[in-house]
Design a protein around this ligand. Structure first.
Ligand SMILES: C[S@@+](CC[C@H](N)C(=O)[O-])C[C@H]1O[C@@H](n2cnc3c(N)ncnc32)[C@H](O)[C@@H]1O
Length: 384
């Protein structure tokens, strides 16, 4: 009997030893290794800087006086983040281990997160009259972006840059993006109140600017599922009711092409087509104002030889190149890039005037030049 209990004890110890790593794996898979984490820590992968960024986003850009209630360790980083953005912070040090004072704890943002039976009772008592806002109600929506950043690559690398981008019209350079191109468009076509079709929005960094400029409606056509997920998340988060997203390969006109738009926005996409001339032709049928931004072929790059691409009985100079696999790339292995002047010729042949054509040079891109142009239908032309 004694030997039996010894074997049983050894077996129990072995099961416990095997079980322990399983438990810690389960915690890690929940984004955690810390046993004392609360549900807000879980939501933000224990990233307290991200919680502070989210709180700053939730309270808005206008500097204001805020009162934070919580332990020193819970509120220190929040205070720094909010003060840095110009908010005035008053702090009351209180945690669930403390009794609720008879006079209450006043109004403010409750930064402590309840975990136990007693914590939740105290939390219910404190928040009953509505003058105290629990922190998670303010910051949890933004945890979605933190979650997405842990899974997918975006144009912006950090949560605060991503929030900055999604608020629209962010400063010229945030992460790998810039928004000066829309300021240029607005010199010719104010976008407020306009219907827009946007091709290949990727994570929606330009969509944010189109909406912030007052677009009446944006229809975004994107062919990569991971990007559509990003767009749906930000649509929900930012409450962009006037954005619709279509998951489609934009080289073949879907039902979205059965109507016309005030502005056709094709930034960073024509050169991801396997037949860019078919794509450009489609753009000319979708509206009278077309923006095209993209790499244009030069003698130096891509390194393949010039070839003639045929469309509608005419030839246009272009080059083939090999795509990489990335959230910003094309949907096939090879795509074509055109000579800049050939894009202009293609559009003028179809009754458009080139309002501007800005060219910037680059050393490390797919080509040595990147072109932005705005074409508007020539209302005096015979085909108008
Ligand atoms: C270079 S990124 C441009 C992103 C964005 N417009 C910008 O300028 O920041 C190209 C985008 O087009 C999408 N795309 C490429 N080829 C596509 C196709 N044939 N149909 C639909 N989307 C496509 C990619 O998934 C990616 O989001």
């Amino acid at each position: 009997v004694h030997a039996f209990f010894r074997v049983l004890a050894i077996a129990k110890a072995m099961i416990a030893a095997v079980g322990a790593p399983q438990r810690s794996r389960a915690l890690r898979s929940f984004g955690k290794t810390r046993m004392d984490a609360d549900f807000l820590d879980f939501a933000f992968h224990d990233d307290h800087a991200a919680i502070a960024t989210a709180l700053a986003a939730a309270v808005g850009r206008e500097p204001q006086a805020l009162r934070l209630i919580g332990s020193k360790s819970r509120t220190d980083e929040l205070c720094v983040a909010l003060t840095r953005r110009g908010h005035q912070i008053e702090r009351l040090v209180w945690s669930y281990a403390d009794p609720i004072p008879a006079s209450g704890i006043g109004a403010g943002i409750l930064c402590e997160v309840p975990k136990t039976f007693d914590d939740w009772s105290k939390c219910a008592a404190l928040t009953a009259n509505g003058s105290i806002e629990p922190i998670w109600r303010l910051v949890l929506p933004w945890s979605l972006l933190r979650e997405m950043l842990s899974i997918y690559e975006y144009n912006a690398a950090t949560l605060s840059d991503l929030i900055e981008v999604y608020r629209g019209r962010s400063k010229t350079h945030v992460g790998h993006r810039e928004n000066a191109r829309l300021q240029r468009v607005e010199e010719f076509l104010p976008l407020a109140g306009k219907t827009i079709i946007e091709f290949g929005p990727s994570d929606g960094n330009q969509t944010a600017d189109l909406l912030a400029l007052g677009a009446a409606h944006v229809l975004a056509v994107e062919g990569r599922p991971e990007n559509v997920v990003k767009l749906l998340v930000v649509k929900w988060l930012m409450g962009w009711r006037n954005l619709d997203v279509v998951l489609d390969n934009f080289q073949s006109p879907g039902s979205w092409a059965r109507r016309r738009y005030d502005f056709v926005y094709a930034q960073g996409v024509y050169y991801h087509c396997q037949n860019p001339l078919l794509f450009l032709d489609m753009l000319t049928r979708l509206g009278d104002s077309i923006f095209i931004g993209g790499w244009t072929a030069t003698d130096e790059k891509p390194r393949s030889p010039w070839i003639s691409l045929e469309h509608d009985g005419r030839g246009y100079r272009g080059k083939v190149y090999t795509e990489s696999y990335h959230f910003l790339s094309g949907l096939a292995e090879q795509s074509y890039m055109l000579d800049r002047s050939e894009i202009e010729r293609f559009l003028t042949e179809r009754g458009f005037l080139i309002k501007y054509c800005d060219v910037s040079t680059a050393e490390n891109g797919l080509s040595t030049e990147f072109t932005h142009l705005l074409a508007m239908r020539d209302s005096s032309s015979a085909g108008a």
